[in-house]
Design a protein around this ligand. Sequence first.
Ligand SMILES: Cc1cc2nc3c(=O)[nH]c(=O)nc-3n(C[C@H](O)[C@H](O)[C@H](O)COP(=O)(O)OP(=O)(O)OC[C@H]3O[C@@H](n4cnc5c(N)ncnc54)[C@H](O)[C@@H]3O)c2cc1C
Length: 382
Amino acid sequence: MRITVVGGGVIGLLTAIECVRAPGAHQVDLVDAGPIPSPLATSNDRLRVTRALHRGDPVLTAAGAGAHAAWLEVERLLGTRFYHPSGALTALPTEEASSELAGLTETGVNAWTLSARDLARRYPHVRFPAGSAAVLEASAGVLLADHALVAMARWLGQHPRTRLLPHQQVVAVSEDGSDAVVRFADGSARSADRVVVAAGPWSRDLLADVVGPELILYRQSVLSYRPPTDRRNWAGMPVVLALGAARDAWIMPTVPRSDAPMRLSAASACRPVDKLAGHETPDQQRRHLIELFAQLIDGFDPAGVVGATDGYYLAERTRGGPLLAAYEAGVVWAYAACGGMSFKFAPQIARAIADRAVGQPPRPTGLDPIDRPRRLAAVGEE
Ligand SMILES: Cc1cc2nc3c(=O)[nH]c(=O)nc-3n(C[C@H](O)[C@H](O)[C@H](O)COP(=O)(O)OP(=O)(O)OC[C@H]3O[C@@H](n4cnc5c(N)ncnc54)[C@H](O)[C@@H]3O)c2cc1C
């Protein structure tokens, strides 16, 4: 089968890898508007978190439990290391800690609880919400996202049945009988037996006539922080989640073998926007995050804020997560909303998309929007 994948972010790269590994000796082209990997891809950041526990959401927690093993498998395949399993610490009200832990350990995750006193002793520089305990997951941590993308592109570039086609902007994708047709900005077109569109936040424009109105674009600001003093306090820290009065702030720690600064953000720095409009963080968002983390980190020094950047992702309007959809004839598959958590689930999502593209029974992910994809009405040639 001739398969074209549009988009060289984490989903497109891993889907291309899974398609070419599938039985049937498929020929895979990976197309991107920029270089591969593209510096503009949402995925092409320094750090991304993977963890299982999603408070009050056993379904997402069970799916997250598979992410750790899935990433270790990707590392083995690519023969390189980019996953730092530093653990993840989720703060939660003391009375909820044991039930959340029970749900998590049922999924096979190695985790335990820490009391408010344990937290104060082990992490004196983090101010946890009053009366908080926490669950510490061992099989969770930080992915060096940019390293991972380079390793994926290298693996694909060396595979004899794969072509990487950078700097080719796709303007339309349609079905023509049992073929899929991809049209490019230079006026050329290419047909394939299957097309997978994984264009990240740009999907809303590329697929405007089929799913555009069902997608919400979010913009999130993130601070980069290098503590000017007490650096040792942060060495070996797990990812810290659910901080602050709203329990929505997070800290991605520094990681050995990487010069990436710590990353600090909160859901309160994420807002719906009309369009993609640059990556510069507005002063107001920057100030908001500095004020917030001055309350959450003991000895927080604004002089340690070495940068701030904004990223974008799409979420499906009603369910808030990713959106996978097939065009009417089933030869075009679109991962149309990338979702705010798609990096960690990318190996599982990519396998399921690739299975569908090559016509194999899809391996379940535990994520409802992926396991029960939408079928879209006809999108033909004009
Ligand atoms: C600030 C922030 C923090 C996040 N943190 C986490 C986290 O900790 N853990 C987690 O799991 N997830 C996280 N996410 C979400 C996650 O990063 C994304 O969901 C995921 O990276 C999306 O990957 P993707 O491959 O779908 O899209 P992208 O990585 O955006 O890739 C899309 C690619 O498509 C290409 N493209 C677009 N349009 C076209 C076109 N017309 N023609 C050709 N090519 C095109 C682009 O150039 C790009 O390379 C975060 C997101 C943000 C914004």
